[in-house]
Design a protein around this ligand. Structure first.
Ligand code: GCU
Length: 675
């Protein structure tokens, strides 16, 4: 018997409402499918098992239409569809599907039709979601097409089994420098990802170390191909993170210079070998010249020269190079007030716009720093209209509580995707500019996949939002809560409420007003106000006894604000119009500066930290009310995390408040206890 959290949102609990169950049974008794195909078979199997579990019914599988109600499944090539339906399906974009009820001389049918097999699979998961949520199926008329073509997950898994920034156990792919022997869990994972529309992933860390460099040669390619085969059944394409210095480390060359013909030839050979093993291989993900990783800079070449050489090697096979823009000087001296890590990605890549080959996609983190609880959107979005680029989010909660704290991140991602860049005038949101979305995985081999059970909502939400960025964060949380915990209204409502408040709660008791980084250096957990202030890594808040914040304005600061289009550039640059929540990201101000909310900066710090710790305690109290309304084990595992969060939030509150009281000498207006 699996741990109940293992099933995540695919619980497939028996449908309780008997009216609905009868309605569903009338459709589900007969599944009609006339085609064969790997992904199509997965879809049929999933539908059968979901129907069996939710309706207690073993559907008959037929190849021809019958007179009574039935579910018809097919691609645009299926003879089961009418000519009109076939045409409609073939006009859909890649991965699209429609799902509708039809009644005519051919019988009563619920048709799930995709342009291709993957669309059919997504349509079947959609129907299963409907059943789980108790939705009406009598008059369906749904057409679904993904808003983003590439919907990816990046694993930061190392072959020794560890996961960089992983908070949910060990890797599900690797152990002791080998692939794991039991691949069952990988298939279960592929199923979860497919259920929310993910269609690509990398399995190894973007920091590619020695052993992992060999994933692209004969040392491991048979295993990689086997794993790619598992994902293929679920419509997911496999990519690998590649080491830019591989021609030296595994190829025996003396250089990795992208303009050296022997290097290009080496990569062409490597790509040919990869594709011989995995014909539908997605491509390479590359972090170069960043945080001490090798790259083209060593040879005096730029990123475009570096990426294009790899792109040429992959081009004959339709592969892509996904090139990281997380490039900055991580050794900045604190005396140097002009170098600004936030500026770096734009400064490096904007001048190269238009120089990348078509099969290069730049991967840009949502913010200019590194997945802090609050950052402005990276100004690179919108500034490169001749280069394909994609969004990178972080599911793994490196800076947002490491899956010991609750932090539902979908609202943060929504803000980033909706951000109006003004690149082509008003109404140019980030989501309209990107070729795809990816996120750093938050799963490991823990029983519940994500360490914190409620962190599963981030994985679910990421998939849903990368399929359709118009969905609301609340709507997604509601779906997730009901699919995970069942229809008991009190549970679903409480979980929804906890999720939607959690990001703000976490922000309240951690780094204030967009300044970020007040964590312990290295592992990034727990409060340490000056941890990065006095570290060589160079990420500063410049707090002294008078004020705090980073001056990124045009006149007196690093002029980072000018990397945005107007009116954003002026809005951030001007103290009066800069949003409070990002004030300290853009401005250095005295503690007595009045925010737009009316509070002073120092009083805001005190208030939010007292509030945040209290709110975290409140989460424990509301969760306790759910005792007895769900299985004991899931109740207990969440309770344990929430209790830890509440304790840790107090530590955050006290360390931050005490630091600023002593620095500023200004006491709390409300006279609360500050240590
Ligand atoms: C963060 C993270 C690193 C990671 C890096 C990246 O800095 O702490 O572990 O390698 O992001 O995205 O490359």
């Amino acid at each position: 018997m699996r741990h109940p959290s293992y099933e995540c949102w695919l619980q497939y609990e028996p449908v309780k409402n008997s009216g609905r169950a009868n309605e569903y049974r009338s459709w589900c008794a007969r599944l009609v499918v006339s085609e064969q195909g790997e992904v199509l078979n997965t879809a049929v199997d999933e539908l059968r098992s979901g129907i069996r579990r939710m309706l207690g019914l073993r559907p008959a599988i037929a190849a021809e239409l019958g007179p009574s109600k039935q579910i018809v499944i097919g691609t645009a090539a299926s003879v089961l569809l009418t000519p009109d339906e076939r045409e409609e399906a073939s006009d859909l974009p890649e991965d699209g599907y429609f799902m509708r009820t039809v009644s005519d001389e051919r019988g009563e049918r619920l048709v799930i039709a995709g342009r291709a097999e993957r669309g059919v699979l997504y349509g079947c998961f959609h129907l299963l979601r409907f059943l789980a949520l108790g939705e009406e199926t009598e008059e369906l008329h749904i057409i679904e097409t993904p808003k983003h073509r590439l919907r990816m997950i990046n694993h930061w898994d190392n072959m020794d089994g560890s996961v960089e920034r992983g908070y949910a156990g060990q890797s599900i792919f690797f152990d002791q420098n080998k692939f794991v022997a039991d691949r069952g869990r990988i298939a279960d994972y592929a199923r979860l990802l497919a259920s929310v529309g993910i269609n690509g992933l990398t399995i190894n860390n973007v920091n590619v170390h020695e052993v992992e460099s060999k994933l692209i040669d004969d040392s491991f390619l048979n295993d990689v191909a086997d794993v790619a085969g598992t994902f293929r059944l679920y419509g997911i394409q496999l990519y690998l993170s590649a080491n830019y210095a591989a021609p030296i480390t595994i190829g025996g060359l003396t250089t990795a210079d992208p303009l050296d013909p022997s290097v290009g030839a080496w990569w062409k050979g490597a790509a040919a070998n990869v594709y011989a093993h995995i014909p539908d291989f997605g491509g390479f993900v590359v972090k170069a010249d960043s945080e001490h990783r090798p790259g083209p800079f060593t040879y005096g070449r730029d990123h475009a020269e570096g990426a294009n050489m790899l792109a040429e090697a992959l081009e004959p096979y339709g592969g892509v190079v996904i090139w990281h823009c997380f490039v900055y000087n991580c050794m900045q001296n604190w005396r140097d007030r002009k170098t600004d890590r936030a500026r770096a990605a734009y400064d490096h890549f904007k001048p190269l716009d238009g120089k990348f080959k078509d099969n290069v996609i730049l991967q840009i983190k949502n913010g200019p720093m590194d997945f802090q609880v609050r950052e402005p959107v990276s100004p690179l979005f919108g500034s490169m209209d001749r280069t394909r680029h994609m969004m990178e989010f972080q599911l793994t909660q490196e800076y947002t509580g490491q899956q010991r704290h609750l932090c539902y991140l979908v609202p943060q991602w929504k803000e980033a995707l909706d951000f109006d860049t003004y690149a082509k005038g008003e109404g140019t949101p980030v989501k309209s500019l990107i070729a795809g979305i990816t996120a750093v995985s938050n799963i490991g081999n823990d029983d519940n996949w994500t360490g914190h059970l409620l962190a599963q909502a981030n994985l679910y939400g990421f998939g849903r939002i990368s399929w359709n960025s118009e969905l609301s964060a609340e709507g997604i949380a509601d779906e997730w809560a009901r699919m995970t915990f069942g229809a008991e209204p009190k549970v679903a409502e409480t979980v929804l409420d906890m999720l939607v408040r959690s990001w703000r709660i976490y922000e309240n008791y951690t780094a204030p007003l967009g300044v970020g980084w007040m964590v312990n250096p290295g592992h990034h957990y727990g409060p340490n106000v000056d941890g990065y202030e006095y570290s060589l890594w160079g990420t500063y808040h410049y707090a002294d006894c008078v004020g705090i914040g980073v001056d990124r304005t045009r006149e007196t600061g690093t002029a980072y604000s000018q990397q945005y289009f107007e009116p954003n550039a002026s809005m951030y640059d001007t103290l009066e119009t800069c949003p409070d929540e990002l004030l300290l990201f853009f401005h250095h101000v005295p503690y007595t500066h009045a925010l737009r909310s009316g509070e002073t900066v120092i009083q805001h710090i005190y208030n939010t930290h007292f509030d945040g710790a209290k709110q975290a305690e409140g989460l424990v109290a509301v969760w306790r009310q759910l005792e007895g309304l769900m299985d004991e084990s899931r109740f207990a595992e969440v309770l344990e995390r929430l209790q830890e969060q509440a304790e840790h939030a107090k530590e955050w509150r006290d360390i931050i408040n005490s630091y600023f009281l002593r620095k500023s000498g200004i006491s709390d207006k409300l006279g609360r206890m500050i240590y």
